[in-house]
Design a protein around this ligand. Structure first.
Ligand SMILES: Cc1cc2nc3c(=O)[nH]c(=O)nc-3n(C[C@H](O)[C@H](O)[C@H](O)COP(=O)(O)OP(=O)(O)OC[C@H]3O[C@@H](n4cnc5c(N)ncnc54)[C@H](O)[C@@H]3O)c2cc1C
Length: 494
């Protein structure tokens, strides 16, 4: 029988990010995806500051930023009757992309189909295995592991694999979640959409480039976005799945739709593909089923407002990977794996209704509700606290909050958080205490950094590999206190 510590089902952003994060923590994984390769459909594009902060630590932020260059000049959302006609700006400028007081991660626009190859290359160079055109056809799980049957869709050949853990990054329709009978709370479908990818020269109609055009006329009602290729575009319309499907969107019909959107009956259009997707909401009732963990869209879906779908999924993967690695490497107790659901599901359940309210306002043209500062929503997420979000971001380091940002020369402090616990401290004694622990702890004297005292106070702050504060002490340096804090953070006996 083939054996692997972690089997990942799904090679979208979340599965690929999981394979990279695990690989950098020294844990081999096998990822399977039923598609032959990366899709031409761009889908997720807005990569938020927190995801970019994580990508920096894993050494891929520069490549992701470069993939986003074609979108650098795009800003705002425009509404129009046809692209060739007058535009009304719904909003015209975007927030600054860098928040240097809060994070080294800089917001970036880069299509999912440009980012996926970057994740693939980085993960493979760190020993992850990916098999595309390969489907999970069945699985059984017990207390010892997961037995999975996978099929090469080209040859029809099947293999049986035994995995210690299974990450279900298998998307919104998640066959794994369905097979496990895990329901979703708050489930609703708002809209069924069809994406049409086409090639056309639209340069004559573009005095300026928007992030998104909303176009409404009798022949077309939907959205238009650019892609990294200046002649390739993506139009989105809604459809009724009770009466139509992808095959009803013939080339002729799609050409007509695109011409109506642009407002030019003679426009040369080449249709490259159509794909359906569902705009809905739902959060899985459980994220863990024994040795199986849901991540990304299989765990939660919501509308695109706020660009929090893939971002939250990648951040799920980041939260889960270090915990799986710690358990697989014998450093943590199984209880640590329960914290994945406690931390990430609680967050998703709070985000879902907010995102729905924003999307509904956006679609109806009403002003978007100002219920929360966007910076707090991204960087003020709390774990294990009474509230899901902090009131403000200028509070000093505390357990359960993301470690406050510091600049350490050109590096952000989050560049340090990859595969081990980090002790940020202000004395050589704390560095010595870290050196004698039974699990590796990288200690850094960070007291020379601007803002250290205000953000970290005096003493030592223990930070988990995902950049969250596990413990803080202003007591005199003590290897015993640190060992106790590590035991709690790793759910091992003291
Ligand atoms: C138009 C649009 C715009 C969006 N914009 C943004 C944005 O700007 N920012 C953002 O953060 N999010 C955005 N999102 C949401 C984002 O695309 C999703 O949240 C994200 O892609 C989900 O990633 P995932 O890896 O969880 O799932 P998916 O990308 O759906 O990947 C799941 C994979 O699992 C595979 N799979 C399923 N079952 C099996 C099986 N049995 N065997 C093998 N493989 C299997 C599928 O082939 C698929 O490749 C957008 C979504 C849409 C539709």
């Amino acid at each position: 029988m083939n054996r692997i510590p972690v089997l990942i089902v799904g090679g979208g952003l979340v599965g690929l990010a999981s394979s990279l994060f695990l690989a950098r923590q020294g844990v081999p994984s096998l990822l399977v995806d039923r598609h032959p390769g990366v899709s031409i459909h761009g889908r997720a594009r807005g990569i938020n500051h927190r995801t970019m902060e994580i990508y920096r630590a894993y050494g891929i932020a520069d490549a992701v930023e470069a993939a986003g260059k074609p979108f650098d000049a795009e800003a705002g959302v425009a509404r129009c009757h046809t692209l060739a006609g007058e535009w009304e700006w719904i909003f015209d400028a975007d927030e600054p992309r860098a928040w240097p007081d809060l994070t080294a991660g800089v917001f970036c626009m880069a299509d999912q189909n440009s980012v996926e190859p970057i994740l693939i290359e980085a993960a493979r160079s760190s020993s992850a295995t990916h098999r595309f055109n390969t489907e999970l056809v069945s699985f059984d799980a017990d207390t010892d592991g997961v037995t999975a049957v996978i099929e090469d869709r080209a040859s029809g050949e099947r293999e049986v694999w035994q995995a210690d853990y299974l990450v279900a990054a298998d998307g919104n329709r998640s066959p794994i979640r369905q097979r496990l009978g895990i329901a979703r709370t708050g489930e609703a479908t708002f809209m069924n959409s069809m994406n049409i990818v086409f090639r056309a020269d639209l340069s004559a109609f573009l005095p300026r480039r928007a992030l998104f055009w909303m176009i409404f006329n009798p022949g077309f009602a939907g959205g238009l976005v650019s892609t990294a290729d200046p002649r390739r575009w993506q139009a989105t319309v809604s459809y009724d799945p009770a009466v139509e499907s992808e095959k009803d969107f013939t080339v002729e019909r799609c050409v007509q739709l695109v011409r109506a959107a642009v407002g030019r009956e003679d426009l040369a259009v080449e249709i490259e593909g159509v794909a359906s997707w569902q705009q809905g909401v739902g959060v899985a009732e459980r994220y863990r089923h024994g040795r199986i963990f849901l991540a990304g869209d299989s765990a939660h879906v919501w509308p695109p407002a706020g660009a929090l779908g893939a971002n939250t999924g990648v951040q799920d993967a980041h939260n889960l990977a270090w915990k799986l690695a710690a358990v697989i490497r014998g450093r943590a107790g199984d209880g640590l794996l329960d914290t994945y659901e406690a931390e990430r599901r609680t967050l998703a359940a709070a985000l879902a209704p907010m995102i729905v309210r924003h999307q509904q306002a956006r679609m109806s043209g009403a002003p978007e509700p100002e219920e929360m500062d966007g910076k707090v929503q991204l960087l003020g997420q709390l774990y294990g606290a009474d509230t899901v979000f902090a009131d403000r971001l200028d509070l000093p380091a505390r357990a359960g909050a993301r470690a406050p940002h510091l600049w350490l020369d050109a590096a952000g402090v989050h560049d340090l958080f990859v595969d081990e616990f980090v002790l940020l401290c202000d004395s050589a004694e704390w560095v010595d205490a870290a050196a004698v622990q039974s699990v590796p702890v990288r200690a850094y004297r960070a007291d020379h950094a601007d803002g250290w005292a205000a953000r970290y106070g005096h003493g030592a702050v223990l930070v988990r590999p995902d950049g969250y504060v596990a413990w803080r002490s202003s007591a005199p340096a003590s290897a015993t206190l640190l060992a106790q804090a590590l035991s709690r953070a790793l759910a091992t006996p003291a």
